[in-house]
Design a protein around this ligand. Sequence first.
Ligand code: C2O
Ligand code: CU
Ligand code: CU
Length: 434
Amino acid sequence: DEKTGRRVFDLRMQAGETEFRPGRKTPTWGFNGNYLGPTLRAKRGERVEVRVRNSLDEASTVHWHGMHLPARMDGGPHQMVEPGARWSPNWRIDQPAATLWYHPHPHGKTERHVQRGLAGMFLLDDENSERLALPKRYGVDDLPVVVQDVKFDGDRFDHGHGLMQNIGFLGDRTMVNGTLDPYRVVRDERVRLRLLNASTARTYDFGFADGREVALVGTDGGLLERPVAEDRVRLSPGERAEVVVRMRAGERAVLRGFPLDSGYGDAWQKRFAGGDDSFDVLQLRAARTLRPSPGVPAKLAGQELPDPADAVRERHFELKMSGINGRSMEMDRVDATVTRGTTEVWTVRNENGMPHNFHVHDVQFRVVSVNGARPPAALRGRKDTILVPSGTTMKIALRFDGGPEFADPDTPFMYHCHLLYHEDGGMMGQFVVV
Ligand code: C2O
Ligand code: CU
Ligand code: CU
């Protein structure tokens, strides 16, 4: 916008139909289309404004998952947009380059709204990421990979939960970017995949079928300090990872979701949480000749991580399906008040006999320890969502930065389990920054 200098996006929530399978139309929801939404993109330092319009026949919200912004702009359950109404939050991008996303957050209905198709990516760039020799031609060698599991009942989606499936909905097929049986022709030696687990309950252990390693270069909140060679990348609902894959001319490489390792819990919870399932998620078809790509840089980005030594306050969160710290979410109860500009250490514990994860709005945090030990390399970067399997205690350090516009005693941010059935069922709490 020339007058305001803002980068403006228009997002319309609408209902429609999508032909996932030839000749069969499934009722779906989307942003500016029938299913999913456009990838939004902005650079650190820019002020963005999103003009949201709700053309659905029910109220919803749009939440900017992973974004550091004042609570009024967050799009949580307190910023409902009624049918026919508009909502235009604006904020300044003040965080490193990262793969973020957006999705609805109406209290008690988030699972349903996301399953119908309301989700999209929000990419952030900065000076460093624009200079860095990583694949960065969007849609060419830098690919969004939005992974969702789905199930069909005739023409419609089947969103039912199976018997005993108390972690929520598990589908029997997966889609990438709204496409069943997806493949992608690639013409470059190295391809960057921006993986987003936009499923509502399923955790994936991503890896290539032939066991090749990828370079993990980014997690939820941005690039890692250095690339980490991994053959598996585990993402629970809401988590993201950026990986660079090396291709060989003419080959077909299959990205798979493998059965989850023993870290996901005992045999019972593993089975009922879908941990035994395996899916081919995406096929990469390499052209017969590939353009050469530079090697992955040894140094990726400086790390803007909170220091647990600065913590002025500790808090404890016990995850149970019935609620966090024994309390089910209430819209008018604030569970924690944090002071702007301070660092806190939160201990998150799951002894509930089933997997949960934990997501915090507004901040990117640092994982300090997992069951008392130093976190694995994949958990050492900026995170906003972490898987907490049963029998696990994780300590995280969070810094609640921001200018005066971040102080708002009346508008809470959320922390919650991002298994959306649990979130909707009350596994959520609220904090204010003052
Ligand atoms: Cu991805 Cu509270 O949300
Ligand atoms: Cu969020
Ligand atoms: Cu949960």
